[in-house]
Each structure stands twice: as structure tokens, then as C-alpha cells.
Design a protein around this ligand. Structure first.
Ligand code: 13P
Length: 254
């Protein structure tokens, strides 16, 4: 059975104080459920502190982005070696906010993906269509091209042990959620695309849904055959809400 992953993308939110409160809530309620990975992705400057505060709690830590270059004159960037140094196990790549606000292209995201794999940090590759693309009937094509760019760069074997997150851009931070059927359709298409290259990798790869997932809608999304977890923004900043989603993820495996 595939791993179920509930990942919190905190984006550019939090202070030492608010993060300490959030982690106190999470560590008090986090449960070690077989097959379920709970992951938090704080802003990079807090990763070290978060690792320390988490202690032995069953919660993994990831970054929200990384530079594809190994080191050098890249002001403001963080390298994979730095993330390794801090004990980061995962890195979110190609989030739609990175693509739309910071000009990250499919090619750059594929370079980052390749570098993360080489460093042994699990890439969480984000893909998703805009509202205009969905209305123009281009969803599968757009998402397929985003996945294909990575397969072209690293080969299908490069996707073994990786994670994909389908995040429709129109559902991010808007309160609009893809219906379970809409999400399932895209997740199944991604898995089919992977299976055309390697059926085993397609079957074992976890595909998360992101976009206004919350305590109220998580269970029905997670019940879909090809939805293996969530990448959660706003609702990951509230311990109770995030823990409810984690509980729904554990239930979805029963
Ligand atoms: P929201 O859950 O706030 O819609 O954000 C989703 C997201 O972008 C996670 O990466």
C-alpha cells in the first residue's frame, strides 16, 4: 500500500512565538500511525528551531523550496547541502506560487528535482492548472506537461520514492476546493502517465491533493482511490485542524 502523507506548507507565515505554540499543539496530538507520514514545511529560517522543538515527535520536516545549484554566489538562496545539514527530509518543488510569482519554469523545477534526488532529499513536485486552463479544457495537458518535464530530466526511475502534489491553482487559498471527483480524475491521469513509463513506480508513488483542504473536506478527498494525502496551506497553521486532517488520513487507510 502507498504511503499516506499529510504535509503542512506553512508558506511565509509565523514567528518564533506562533511556531512554538503551533508545535506544542501538534506534538501533543500527533499520533504515530503506520503508513502515515506527517510533515511540516516551515519557512527555511525556522527549520533548525522546528527540528529542535519537535524532538522525538513523529513529524518530519521539509523545506518549501531550494536552489538547484550546489553552492556559491546565489544571494538569498539555500542549497540542498544546507537542508541536509538541518535534517530536512523533504523539499516542496514547483509550488504554483514559485511558478507564478517567482518565474520558475518547468525546466528549472526539473533541475531542482534532479538535484534533490541526488542529495537524497525527497522532492514533493507540485503541479496544477489555472482556472483559465481548466475552463479551456487543458487541465490534463497542462499537468501532464509539468510531470513530463521532470520525467524528461531524471527519467522515470528518478520518480521512485518521490511525491507529487496536484494543486489546482484556482483552489489554493481561495476556499474553493476541487470536488473529490475532479481531483480523482487528475490524480488518476497522473498515475496513468507514470504507468505508461513504469507501472511499479506509478503504483507506489504517493500523489497528494492541495487546495483549500481542511478538516471539513479532507475525509471525502482522501477516500478517493488515487489521493494519497494532502498538501495543506492555511489549515496547517492551526494545530487542531491539521491533526483532524491527519486523523482522517489514518482512517482513509482502514
Ligand atoms: P491552501 O490550503 O491554503 O489552499 O494552500 C494550499 C497550498 O498551496 C499548499 O501548498
Amino acid at each position: 500500500m502507498r504511503k499516506t502523507i499529510v504535509a503542512g506548507n506553512w508558506k511565509m507565515n509565523g514567528t518564533s512565538e506562533s511556531i512554538r505554540d503551533l508545535l506544542a499543539g501538534l506534538t501533543a496530538g500527533a499520533k504515530d500511525s503506520a503508513g502515515v507520514i506527517t510533515l511540516v514545511c516551515p519557512p527555511a529560517v525556522y527549520i533548525s528551531q522546528v527540528k529542535q522543538w519537535l524532538g522525538s515527535a513523529p513529524i518530519s520536516v521539509g523545506a518549501q523550496n531550494v536552489c538547484e545549484q550546489p553552492k556559491g554566489a546565489f544571494t538569498g538562496e539555500n542549497s540542498l547541502a544546507m537542508l541536509q545539514d538541518l535534517g530536512c527530509e523533504y523539499v516542496i518543488l514547483g509550488h504554483s506560487e514559485r511558478r507564478s510569482l517567482f518565474g520558475e519554469t518547468d525546466l528549472l523545477v526539473a533541475e531542482k528535482f534532479a538535484a534533490a534526488k541526488e542529495a537524497g532529499i525527497v522532492p514533493v513536485l507540485c503541479v496544477g492548472e489555472t482556472l483559465g486552463q481548466r475552463e479551456a479544457g487543458q487541465t490534463i495537458e497542462v499537468v501532464g506537461a509539468q510531470v513530463a518535464a521532470v520525467i524528461d530530466r531524471v527519467g522515470i526511475n528518478g520518480l521512485s520514492d518521490a511525491v507529487i502534489a496536484y494543486e489546482p491553482v484556482w483552489a489554493i487559498g481561495t476556499g474553493l476546493t476541487a470536488t473529490p471527483e475532479q481531483a480523482q480524475e487528475v490524480h488518476a491521469a497522473i498515475r496513468k502517465q507514470l504507468a505508461q513509463n513504469d507501472e511499479v513506480i506509478a503504483e507506489q508513488l504517493s500523489i497528494l491533493y492541495g487546495g483549500s483542504m481542511n478538516a471539513g473536506n479532507a475525509a471525502e478527498l482522501l477516500a478517493q482511490t488515487d489521493i494519497d494525502g494532502g498538501l495543506i496551506g492555511g489549515a496547517s497553521l492551526k494545530a487542531d485542524e491539521f491533526l483532524t486532517i491527519c486523523a482522517a488520513a489514518a482512517d482513509s487507510r482502514k
